[in-house]
Design a protein around this ligand. Structure first.
Ligand SMILES: NC(=O)c1ccc[n+]([C@@H]2O[C@H](COP(=O)([O-])OP(=O)(O)OC[C@H]3O[C@@H](n4cnc5c(N)ncnc54)[C@H](OP(=O)(O)O)[C@@H]3O)[C@@H](O)[C@H]2O)c1
Length: 332
């Protein structure tokens, strides 16, 4: 098998030949057709993640065909076309994951490879309307967006939602899910091209978060949003608290721009806002997300596709996030 392996931090991943994998009793080996990148992979290469122990094969997202099954796995999985839920050991509590929770691709070897070993419980049938590349783009970003928008954000048709940093993998799924639900969707980006793409996908409009008065303009032009889905945090978080509608919710699943410098608690309690954190999603979230994607025939937005061996180029691009949607690696 081929594997794109992290051997040391801040250095390119190395393409290795490794022996073909063998499954444990409750595991399967998936012959991967495609994988996709997440910002997490980039953070890990830069040493900005806890528990990094090279060598490790990165990659949380993958789609492929089951070609070996463990002794305790139902043989109906053999030869099935699957996508993989990257979350492991969520636990029984839907409100939060257990302290055993981990994500495929660190510490466990992940999907930047031609084969991956996973528990049979992580397998789901590949949605029939998706190509291999589209299917591989879905899992981590899709379930994170699902949980942020619905399980935590409680978005309903007719509400207004603001999604910051559009073009990011999760943000783009959040946009597609919110549009499919019948919400009025607004976005922010530093790029007018990304805002145009978001409008093509059904957003009502967008604002450049680098301009001083964007939140005031949004308040006037679009009205205050009931729900804000944010992964930037940083100094801009203040504007989100100012902008949210009274009784509104702000869900954060990331802090790309760092910690907010200040939080105006007076506004939080007077407007009766709910500030909600969100991380990945439970197996229940994953199944609900897949069902919705199939019902609404949602097609993940793939920015570009490269061969596995070219994975370092895609990772390097993540430094400045020029992408709209997901970077995909193909093994075919
Ligand atoms: N908690 C979880 O389970 C979870 C899961 C997935 C991701 N995350 C986190 O979520 C974040 C996004 O990840 P991703 O992979 O979806 O996205 P990504 O593909 O890395 O995209 C990053 C996006 O962030 C936007 N951005 C950067 N600085 C910004 C700022 N100051 N204000 C608003 N937007 C800004 C950029 O938009 P512009 O080009 O317009 O500037 C870009 O489109 C990362 O921090 C990641 O670690 C968390």
């Amino acid at each position: 098998m081929k594997a794109l392996t992290l051997k040391s931090l801040k250095a390119p991943l190395e393409l290795e030949d490794r022996p073909s994998l063998s499954p444990g009793p409750d595991e399967v080996i998936v012959q991967l057709k495609a994988a996709s990148l997440n910002r997490r992979d980039y953070w890990i290469t830069q040493g900005l993640y806890p528990g990094i122990e090279p060598p490790v094969v990165l990659g949380s997202d993958g789609a492929g065909v089951v070609f070996k099954i463990g002794s305790e796995v139902e043989n109906t999985w053999q030869d099935r076309e699957v996508i993989i839920d990257p979350g492991m050991d969520w636990g029984d509590n839907q409100s939060v994951h257990s302290d055993k929770f981990s994500i495929l691709g660190l510490p466990r070897d992940g999907t930047f490879a031609s084969e991956v070993a996973v528990s049979a419980s992580q397998l789901h049938a590949r949605p029939a309307h998706l190509s291999w590349q589209e299917a591989a783009a879905l899992p981590l970003a899709g379930v994170t967006a699902w949980r942020a928008v619905f399980s935590q954000g409680g978005l309903e048709a007719g509400e207004s939602v603001l999604i910051t940093g559009i073009g990011g993998g999760v943000a783009t799924f959040a946009l597609q899910f919110a549009v499919a639900t019948g919400a009025d969707v607004w976005v922010t980006s530093s790029s007018s091209q990304k805002i145009e793409r978001a409008i093509e996908l059904g957003a009502k409009g967008g604002f450049d978060y680098t301009s001083e008065d964007w939140a005031k303009r949004m308040g006037k032009e679009a009205g205050p949003p009931n729900l804000i889905i944010d992964s930037a945090g940083g100094t801009g978080y203040r504007s989100l608290v100012n902008l949210a509608a009274p009784g509104g919710r702000i869900v954060n699943y990331g802090a790309t721009a760092g910690r907010p410098e200040q939080l105006d608690l007076m506004k939080v309690f007077w407007k009766q806002l709910r500030l909600q954190g969100s991380t990945m999603g439970s197996p229940v979230d994953f199944v609900s997300m897949l069902k919705f994607v199939e019902e609404k025939q949602i097609v993940p937005v793939v920015d570009s596709v490269a061969q596995l061996a070219e994975g370092n180029n895609a990772l390097n691009q993540m430094k400045s996030s020029p992408q709209f949607g997901k970077y995909v690696l193909t093994m075919e």
